[in-house]
Design a protein around this ligand. Structure first.
Ligand code: PMT
Length: 390
């Protein structure tokens, strides 16, 4: 199949005007809206949207083949658990069948849950274990109870509180519509809403009119595809859909040298608060937080001179040290210096924990997970972002 390229790339606006909303959008949107309203009524409650897993791009409408983006959903599912333990209400927008909070500890490939179980047969005949009316009981083998118990407790607590809402997407079109919809609901949370965009979103898609209806036949020889670019929705998300939200995006690279420049470029293009850079092969051990310093001449609403959408809560070192010493600060000269060192990078590494370890270690075998460190840092930053508005 060969398709011709659109003369004009899709803008976010033209995308939503031309691409149909997915089935079930209204129902899912309503669930997310109700969830947000429920928690908005609780004073000081913070709500985070965690996006997780990779999006697909179907090549046929009766889909046999599709293009996929890499992500098992580990980052998102693990992070969602740590947000919950920090008191957040969590909307978990995730790829169908990718990892989910709590159950991720017992994924079928890494830790199949059947292996945790043992059968205790109290009937006189051993055949009762498989038959109906059996008096057999199924137990968690004692060696697994210790690790399962805290997970199960947190899971039950979460269900009781109703603090986790899981919503599924599959295609990049599902993802974009759902993201827009949930962001519109969450914008009413103002600064109490956080967006943690860990999903791996396709950069390319096939517009509806270019998608083959039936399975593409192989007897025609080679397959040529020309795909359109997915509009970068981060821009309207930051600048229009939720101007007060605390927004964290991820940058995945395979060349470590590109991590910081690409993260900086994303901050500069979209104007949000934080990019978390991660290298594909080192993402479970280290990440880098890339942020912009707050221009001190801005008016506190993120409106700085020459940059009307600069958001940030990080005080530049020159001002921080003057404040600590109780001396006056010349904002003009501070900002002049700021132009030279606009960005701040903070590396988080698991090996930093060896001295003065304060992490809980809720991983599969009690090991510390990098997401625990990430979420602790984010909770502090989000609180500062909220406080800066008071
Ligand atoms: O799940 P794991 O296996 O643990 O893997 C986790 C991860 C490596 C996938 C995750 O940590 C990660 O890096 N996710 C983002 C990867 C990515 O697709 O980056 P990107 O450069 O395409 O997008 C950057 C940001 O813009 C992302 O936050 C994305 O959600 C957002 N985006 C991208 C494209 C688009 N059209 N709209 C968007 O909002």
């Amino acid at each position: 199949m060969a398709t011709s390229s659109s003369s004009q790339p899709f803008s976010t606006e033209s995308y939503f005007q031309t691409q149909k909303p997915p089935a079930g959008l209204e129902e899912k949107s309503e669930k997310m809206r109700e969830f947000v309203e429920k928690w908005k009524a609780v004073d000081g409650k913070k709500v985070v949207l965690v996006t997780s897993g990779g999006t697909t791009v179907p090549l046929e409408s009766n889909t046999v083949r599709f293009l996929d983006n890499f992500s098992a959903g580990t980052r998102g599912a693990t992070s969602a658990e740590y947000f919950l333990s920090q008191g957040y209400a969590v909307i978990f927008l995730h790829r169908l069948h990718s990892l989910r909070p709590f159950s991720r500890h017992y994924s079928h490939s890494l830790n199949p849950f059947l292996d945790l179980l043992s059968i205790q047969d109290s009937s006189p005949t051993s055949s009762s274990a498989s038959g109906s009316g059996s008096s057999s009981t199924i137990n968690v083998s004692p060696e697994y109870t210790k690790t399962l118990l805290p997970i199960l407790k947190q899971y039950h607590e979460t269900i009781k509180l109703g603090s986790l809402l899981s919503i599924e997407f599959q295609t990049v079109n599902d993802y974009l519509w759902l993201l827009k919809s949930v962001t519109e609901s969450m914008s009413s949370l103002n600064r109490y809403g956080m967006f943690y965009l860990a999903a791996a979103v396709s950069d390319f898609f096939l517009p509806e009119e270019k998608v083959a209806e039936h399975k593409i036949q192989s007897n025609k020889g080679t397959l040529s595809l020309e795909m359109d670019q997915v509009p970068k929705v981060l821009k309207p998300l930051v600048q229009e859909w939720t101007p007060e939200g605390y927004i964290v995006s991820f940058k995945l690279e395979t060349d470590q040298a590109l991590l910081i420049p690409k993260s900086r470029a994303a901050l500069s293009r979209y104007g949000h608060q934080l990019v978390i850079g991660n290298d594909l092969h080192r993402r479970k051990f280290e990440v880098v937080f890339v942020e912009r310093y707050l221009d001190q001449s801005s008016n506190g609403n993120g409106k700085g001179k020459g940059d009307d959408r600069l958001k940030g809560t990080i005080t530049p070192p020159i001002i921080e040290s003057a404040q600590q010493n109780g001396s006056d600060v010349d904002l003009n000269s501070a900002n002049a210096q700021l132009k030279k060192e606009e960005y701040k990078e903070t590396w988080l590494r698991l090996d930093q924990l060896k001295n003065g370890d304060t992490a809980n270690g809720k991983g599969k075998n009690g090991e510390v997970e990098i997401e625990e460190l990430i979420i602790k840092e984010l909770v502090d930053r989000h609180q500062r972002w909220i406080d800066a508005k008071q």
